[in-house]
Design a protein around this ligand. Sequence first.
Ligand code: V47
Length: 387
Amino acid sequence: MSAAPIFTSTALKPRHSFQTDDRNLLPIAEKVQAGERLSFEDGVTLFRSGDILAVGWLANLVRERLHGDLTYFNVNRHINPTNVCVASCRLCAFGRKKGEADTYTMALEEAFETAASGYTEAVTEFHIVGGLHPDLPFEYFMDLVRGLKQRFPKVHIKAFTMVEIAFLAKRGKMTIPEALQQMKDAGVDSMPGGGAEIFADRIRHIICDHKIDGGEWLDTARLAHQMGFRSNATMLYGHVEADEDRVDHMMRLRAVQDETGGFQTFIPLSFHPDHTALSHIPKSTGMLDLRQIAVGRLMLDNFPHIKSYWQMVTPQMAQISLRFGADDVDGTVIEEKIYHDAGATTPQGMRRADLVRLITEAGRIPFERDTLYRAITRTEDTFTVSA
Ligand code: V47
């Protein structure tokens, strides 16, 4: 039996030449080298290629072109004010119906205490997301944000997914721009990327049929960007979606980004099935996790950053993915509930020094950032953000 052919593209001039045994990757490699946009079909081809190293190599080329060896992380804390949720998404193990035994809703003082607890180094970001509570008024969330800003004026508040914003606007009987304006006035600085899941209706009906649809998620993000907010964008993969659904999701994000430029980071989230209504679905694998990071980097040519969220994929995989297109590993987090309720076995948080080691041992240069990717300089137990 003869060895599989190796196809070499001489048009590529990175550190080493591009090699693959998948002939279908050659035209894609030529486009990547020329900085040309990839098509829907290219995305599907990348997902189906048997040559994961070649796909990763191309993603790494783009990653290094944008960021060299720099790898971003931050010192943040998650706050989930309530797990009471009207949505009952099949993908979720965190949300509870009102009246169930293990529900919780933080009193404001409790939320402020949570914000201050659990870590000695000054955090630069509060990441605030929670359930869609049927009774909590809009003002509760504004008081929460205002109270945090008063107590921690230097900390960036990244709060409320597009799903929460649409829900809170409805509850407050206001338009989405009106809700966004009130959030801005209260002290929200940017938005996290959650709730995007997979935009395709067919999949959304299975995994989260009570949430706003994909078009509404994108419209809300567009409005937020037009009002000057930056946000992130996630994609939940590894459940019932097909390769085409993932590519469609990324192309819809890419189209909005062409309009607004407001997305900072794309964060693929691998589905954790334990304790969800989809617990029969097998867990994602390392190969899919790496491939998803790489295809994200290659398809989303207008996104500055691709985050490999260590809590989701494990610190080990996050480290390896720094060679497969990722340039960000997220942060210290301190206390994570959403994936841990769904069976994640990763630690609840990581110390700054451990994140630095993880990045350094991958041969990359750690860069502590604030939420808007500005450099953080630390002195004793405080920090300054570069202009
Ligand atoms: O939207 C819920 C996901 C998201 C499960 O913007 C699940 O920097 C896996 O969006 N298995 C919330 N995923 C988290 C999120 C996020 C995380 C880190 C950083 C940022 C950012 C955003 O978690 C939800 C949903 O897609 N999720 N349940 C589950 N069982």
